[in-house]
Design a protein around this ligand. Sequence first.
Ligand code: ZN
Length: 258
Amino acid sequence: MEARARILVLTEDSGNQAQPTIQKLLKEAFKLVVEGVDLNPNRIRLEPLPENDRARNAVRANQWKERPPTRETIVLLELIAAQVMQPTGFVVFHFDTDRVWTDRHESEHRQKFEEIIRDGVRRVLRGETARPSDPRPRPKLTEEQIQTALDRLVILSPCYSIESWLYQATKELLEYCRGEHELEEHVQLIESWSANRALLDDVFKPKDDALPCVADHYNEELAKAFPAGDVWLAERSFFESVERLRSCSALVKALGYE
Ligand SMILES: [Zn+2]
């Protein structure tokens, strides 16, 4: 079966729950982008970087935020550029904003992503960077072709962190919290998040400060219960990321293909 989309899924989170968690959230986002989408994995391929790939260190260890870019980041930029030039290639890049929703415009990470990653990929596509691994001349692309390719690089950027989305699975979250202790303060907090889906985006450090009892121990399980439709309706950072995916017309076309 021919793939309509090959989506390289990059997440800065490490650990073996990270990929399944982000892939599950991404699939829920796709269902909002295209109603009734067929997510047959042979058609819509979600692909992590291979375990031993050098570029993986750049994503995982926050190296991509370093200036000047490290060797691993340069490998990553080349890899993203090659991926978005493929007719069915896309890249989804998850990093935490590390800011609450109200402060999102001051997010250093979002600025760095645009300056280091997106502009870095743009320079690769323009042929402005040295490419020691492959000295062959690259095809000349027009600015329009470059922009079309860059549109295939989409970010998932939760406020404050990925747990701000995952903790929206409030019923399951409450069970995990209660499994650790009986704390009325936490019960009330979780119930308030359940009653108003817009609140979690403005919680500072949900994993470390708000609910250290649950932390990131159950991320994969929480992702399975993520109430995507309700969270989207709250118009916070999940909505923002879904709408970014929707604005990639090539992706919408690939997802909506009959
Ligand atoms: Zn608790």
